[in-house]
Design a protein around this ligand. Structure first.
Ligand SMILES: [Zn+2]
Ligand SMILES: [Zn+2]
Length: 415
C-alpha cells in the first residue's frame, strides 16, 4: 500500500497535526481537541517544493486512487464469472504528462499539505476526472483468457485524493521541484499551454467530534472505526458525512480459540426483491421480482476488514446467506481476540449492488441492478467467530474460510 502522510493545522489552536492522507480524524496533542475533517468531494493536497530564488513552480495534478475493480463477465456458455483486482496507484491527471512518475521513495516520505489560497506558482488543471479513471481501470483488467462480454464493471474506490506535484522548467526540460532531478527531456511547451489560470480550492469541513445528543466529547471504541459517548451509552459511526447511530453485537457459544471478525451488518430495504428462506439448509437467498413496488427489509453483512476483492465479496456472500444462524448478544466480544476493523461503512455499502446480485443467484438481467433500490435503514457492527486453522480462518456455521494471505493490511492480523 502507498502510505502518505498529510499535515493539517488544528482548527482550534493552529498547531501542526500529522495524519494519514485518507484519515479523517484530526487529534491535536497540543489542545487535545478532536475534529473530523470532511473533504468535499475528495482531499486536494500539494507537495511543497524546495525553495529556490527566481524559480517558477508549476504544480502537476495526480490522482491517488485506492480501491477494488470488479468486473462481471458473461461467458460464451452464458455463465457468469467475476474478475477482481486490487488497486493502489498514483497516476497523472493530465494526458500529456503521463510518461513520468515523479513519486520516488524520497518524495513519498514528504508530508502532503492541503491546498489553500496563496500558494506561489501555477497550477495545472486536471484533465482526467475520477469517472474517467474509474472507467479506464474497469476496462483495463481484461486479462488473457477472457472470452466473454463484460456486463458490469466498477472501480469501487475506498479513497481518492488529488495531489499537486511541483516541477519547474529549466532549459526547456522539466525538473522535479523537490529533488531537482530532470523529469523529462521533452520540450516543456505542452505543459506551458496547459497553464491557464487555475486556482485549486480544497473544500473541507472541520467538525468537532461531539456527541450529537448531549454535546460531550466522543471516544474511539477500541479497534473499530466507531465513536462512543459514555454519557448517552451510544456508539456512532460516520455514514456519508453524518455521525449515525450504530449498535454492536457479537456471536458467542463455540468455546475458546476463536478469532472474532468484524462485519458491517446493514439493515436494508430492498425494492424489487424478495427474500427466500431455505429452512432445510439454514440459509437464505434473494430473488428478483418484476414488481418494483415489492420490498423486503433484511440484513446483509459486509466485511469491515480489508481483504482482496474476490475474498471480500465471497465473505459478504457467505456470511449474509447464513445470517440469522447464530445467536447474537449486544456489545463487543469480552476480552476476545478481534480483528481490527479498518473499512468504513461508507466503503462497505458500495459493494451492495454486486452482493445483492450474487445473492439473487446472478440473474441474467444484470443491468437491472440499478433499478433495484437499496436503502440503508440501520447500521450494526457484528463480530462473527472464526476458528484459526493453519493459514486460514474458518467460519464453522457457514462452512466458509478466509486464507490469511488474502488480508491486505497484514499489520492488522491477530497474533
Ligand atoms: Zn489544537
Ligand atoms: Zn452523548
Amino acid at each position: 500500500m502507498i502510505h502518505l502522510t498529510a499535515e493539517f493545522l488544528c482548527p482550534r489552536c493552529n498547531s501542526i497535526v500529522s495524519l494519514g492522507e485518507f484519515d479523517r480524524l484530526l487529534e491535536c496533542v497540543q489542545c487535545r481537541s478532536r475534529t473530523l475533517i470532511l473533504p468535499d468531494p475528495f482531499f486536494q493536497y500539494y507537495l511543497p517544493p524546495v525553495a529556490a530564488a527566481g524559480r517558477e513552480n508549476i504544480y502537476i495534478p495526480f490522482w491517488h486512487l485506492r480501491g477494488s475493480v470488479y468486473k462481471v463477465i458473461q461467458n460464451s456458455d452464458r455463465t457468469f464469472s467475476i474478475q477482481t483486482q486490487y488497486l493502489d496507484s498514483i497516476q497523472s491527471a493530465i494526458r500529456s504528462v503521463r510518461f513520468f512518475d515523479p513519486f520516488g521513495k524520497d518524495t513519498l516520505k514528504k508530508p502532503l499539505k492541503p491546498v489553500k489560497p496563496g500558494i506561489q506558482g501555477s497550477f495545472v488543471c486536471p484533465e482526467i476526472s475520477v469517472p474517467d479513471v474509474r472507467s479506464e481501470h474497469s476496462q483495463s483488467v481484461t486479462g488473457s483468457g477472457v472470452s466473454g462480454r463484460i456486463v458490469y464493471h466498477d472501480l469501487i474506490t475506498e479513497a481518492v485524493s488529488l495531489i499537486y506535484f511541483p516541477v519547474y522548467v529549466k532549459n526547456e526540460t522539466i525538473h522535479n521541484g523537490i529533488s531537482d532531478r530532470i523529469l523529462s527531456e521533452d520540450a516543456a511547451i505542452g505543459l506551458r499551454e496547459k497553464l491557464e489560470k487555475h486556482t485549486p480550492v480544497s473544500e473541507w469541513k472541520a467538525q468537532p467530534l461531539h456527541c450529537p445528543q448531549c454535546g460531550r466529547d466522543l471516544r474511539n471504541t477500541n479497534r473499530a472505526p466507531l465513536f462512543h459517548c459514555e454519557h448517552c451509552e451510544i456508539h456512532l459511526v460516520l455514514y456519508r458525512d453524518t455521525l449515525t447511530r450504530c449498535t454492536l453485537e457479537w456471536s458467542s457459544g463455540w468455546g475458546g480459540g476463536l478469532v472474532f471478525m468484524p462485519f458491517w451488518q446493514l439493515i436494508l430495504e430492498l425494492r424489487g426483491i424478495e427474500e427466500i428462506i431455505h429452512t432445510n439448509r439454514n440459509s437464505r437467498s434473494l430473488r428478483w421480482t418484476d414488481d418494483l413496488e415489492t420490498s423486503v427489509t433484511t440484513a446483509l453483512n459486509v466485511p469491515a476488514f480489508r481483504v482482496h476483492p474476490a475474498v471480500f465479496l465471497q465473505s459478504a456472500e457467505a456470511i449474509s446467506k447464513c445470517s440469522g444462524c447464530w445467536n447474537s448478544e449486544p456489545g463487543m466480544p469480552p476480552a476476545a481476540r478481534c480483528l481490527p476493523a479498518d473499512i468504513s461503512v461508507n466503503e462497505a455499502v458500495k459493494i451492495l449492488p454486486l452482493l445483492v446480485w450474487r445473492l439473487a443467484s446472478m440473474p441474467e438481467i444484470f443491468n437491472s441492478i440499478r433499478d433495484r433500490s437499496i436503502h440503508v435503514r440501520e447500521i450494526r457492527m457484528a463480530y462473527i467467530p472464526f476458528r484459526k486453522q493453519k493459514k486460514k480462518w474458518i467460519q464453522t456455521h457457514s462452512n466458509f474460510e478466509i486464507p490469511m494471505s488474502a488480508l491486505i493490511n497484514p499489520c492488522n492480523s491477530v497474533h
